[in-house]
Ligand binder design. Structure first.
Ligand SMILES: [Zn+2]
Length: 139
């Protein structure tokens, strides 16, 4: 089986509001995201998916939402704190951990990648030594 992978980077800040420790404070990461798809090679294009199409799909649906954003759980405490903040906030219905971010990204990309290509796996690096991985259990 052949897979295709695109790598992306984005900057984002977050706070884990239910955490006892330094991650409770707003801090930033240079997130690295690796998106891998699989599928048959199209006999006309000789591609699984054009890398350019692949890149634009991830940029528009994921990167533009998160890049240079403040990622926050949509709860009462955060709403109060950031009521008057005019900057870019990506509200999430969970704590903005790498695991929850990755689950949301997987849901979005699974909807957008059209058959016969499919999302194979995702890696989201929060630091150079810490990452979350999502794997398609069907494929
Ligand atoms: Zn963090």
């Amino acid at each position: 089986m052949i897979t295709l992978t695109k790598k992306f980077e984005f900057e984002a800040a977050h706070r884990i509001s239910n955490y006892e420790g330094p991650c409770l404070e707003i801090h930033g990461h240079t997130y690295k995201l690796e998106v891998t798809i699989s599928g048959p090679i199209d006999p006309v294009t000789d591609m699984i998916l054009d890398f350019k199409t692949f890149k634009n799909l991830v940029k528009k649906s994921i990167i533009e939402q998160f890049d240079h954003a403040l990622l926050l759980k949509d709860n009462e405490e955060n709403r109060k704190l950031f009521e008057g903040y005019a900057g870019k906030i990506a509200w999430m219905n969970s704590e903005p951990t790498a695991e929850r971010m990755l689950q949301g990204m997987a849901d979005t990309l699974q909807r957008l990648i059209s058959a016969p290509a499919q999302l194979d796996s995702l890696l989201l690096y929060e630091t150079s030594s810490s990452f979350a991985c999502w794997k398609n259990s069907i494929g």
